[in-house]
Design a protein. Sequence first.
Length: 115
Amino acid sequence: MAKQSRGEKQRAERSAEEAQAMARATQKPGQSKEQTRLIAQGIQKGIEQYKVQQKAKARELDKRLKQARRPQQPAAQDNAQAPAAEIVYRQHWLPWVLLALSWGGFGLVWWSSAA
């Protein structure tokens, strides 16, 4: 078995304390200390298993992020060397027609009220 570092020991002790506190909080009247200790051990094992799963998820996410970044870096260098493509913005004609019709309508209303 691998040796535990000081930080791992502290984390294990902290999770044991948390598990013991949870076991005491859910303790039923007439429950023996042995039963409470076994419940605390189960809770501690669950906490440690959850932490291991979260670390594995974080490592997998980091790997995916690194893999996602790698192809983008060389592609960015290739784009710098390639000539910039011309961007053409095309607008739809309908808003301009509606704008012209509305101004024409306002002009007719103003002209008919002024006359």
